[in-house]
Write a protein that binds this ligand. Structure first.
Ligand code: S0N
Length: 273
């Protein structure tokens, strides 16, 4: 087993944000509550993911929970108000939905590294990550209908895409917890490893991914999202295509011609089949 040195990128109250080389790690850091999230935890994760999105020196992102007991147990029920989770500003929020969306559109692979409980809204966070590697002590489940909540967005529709409709309904209707091995067999997660090897196995995949073309990975992620996210997914895919087009001589010719107050010469560019 190798040990990796992580360097802090930025200090927060409820998460850790670190990196090693081109790999960033965002860790929900409320182990006393099984890493249940508050509006602040979520706002801090949004800030850290946004940093990862903008920082070209980061190629892959790991999302984790502090300690071995839990990845996350979802929304912190002790601060659940009448219209969402209530932060120190007294405003009720469900900002975890914004975080789910950000994880989906960030044009870099995001890997959930799951030890222990992955429950409720916490489990939806691992679901929306691109890949999930779990320790053999991981347990997955949705408690919503038991605690008076539900996620009818990615938590239902996308879950059904991933594990099938019958299984997704079973997960939500019965509220059972599933072992890592069971989740693996349901195609809910990608890999199960012994707890002690969790970080090493996750980093191994990160290093493999970092050897691949970032643009190819970006388009593959966007294409799969376009298939599941409708017009919003297509918008992301289209944005990626535009970004790529801006780097071509053909794209630059349009910009340069406008700025130089001349007619563009697009005839010089080939029309491929
Ligand atoms: C995770 C469980 C199974 C772990 O059991 P274990 O190991 O026996 O530990 P406990 O003794 O139960 O817990 C240790 C301490 O942690 C506290 N705690 C655990 N989970 C939470 C939590 N979610 N909120 C607040 N505190 C939590 C315990 O209370 C205990 O503290 P002490 O020691 O002080 O007693 C088990 O803990 C468990 O079942 N937890 C609850 C899981 C749950 O129901 N989560 C909420 C599910 N709902 C959501 O996540 C909503 C998500 C959301 O935001 C959303 C998203 C989209 C659309 C809608 C919504 C929406 O809000 O509805």
């Amino acid at each position: 087993m190798t040990s990796t040195t992580w360097t802090s990128i930025k200090s927060y109250q409820e998460i850790l944000f670190e990196r090693t080389g081109k790999i960033a790690k965002i860790t929900m850091n409320r182990p006393h509550k099984r890493n249940a999230f508050t509006p602040l935890t979520v706002a801090e994760m949004i800030d850290a993911f946004t940093h990862c999105r903008d920082d070209a020196s980061i190629g892959v992102i790991i999302l984790a929970g502090a300690g071995d007991e839990a990845f996350s147990s979802g929304g912190d029920q002790s601060i659940r108000g009448n219209g969402g989770y209530v932060g120190t500003d007294n405003i009720p929020r469900l900002n975890v939905l914004d975080l789910q969306h950000l994880i989906r559109i960030i044009p870099k692979p995001v890997i959930a590294m799951v030890a222990g409980w992955s429950v409720g809204g916490g489990n939806i966070l691992q679901l929306v990550c691109d890949l999930t590697i779990a320790a053999d002590n991981a347990r997955f489940g949705q408690t919503g209908p038991k605690v008076g909540s539900f996620d009818a967005g990615y938590g239902s529709g996308y879950l059904a895409r991933v594990i099938g409709h019958k299984r997704a309904k079973e997960v939500w209707f019965l509220g059972h917890f599933y072992t890592a091995q069971e989740a693996y067999e349901m195609n809910w997660i990608n890999k199960v490893v012994p707890l002690k090897q969790l970080e090493e196995a996750t980093l191994e995949w990160c290093h493999e991914i970092l050897k691949k073309s970032p643009t190819a990975l970006r388009f593959i992620k966007a294409a799969m999202n376009a298939d599941t996210d409708g017009l919003a997914g297509l918008q992301q895919f289209a944005g990626d295509a535009t970004m790529l087009f801006y780097t071509t001589d053909e794209g630059k010719e349009g910009r340069d011609a406008f700025n130089e107050k001349r007619e563009p010469n697009f005839g010089q560019f080939p029309t491929f089949p």
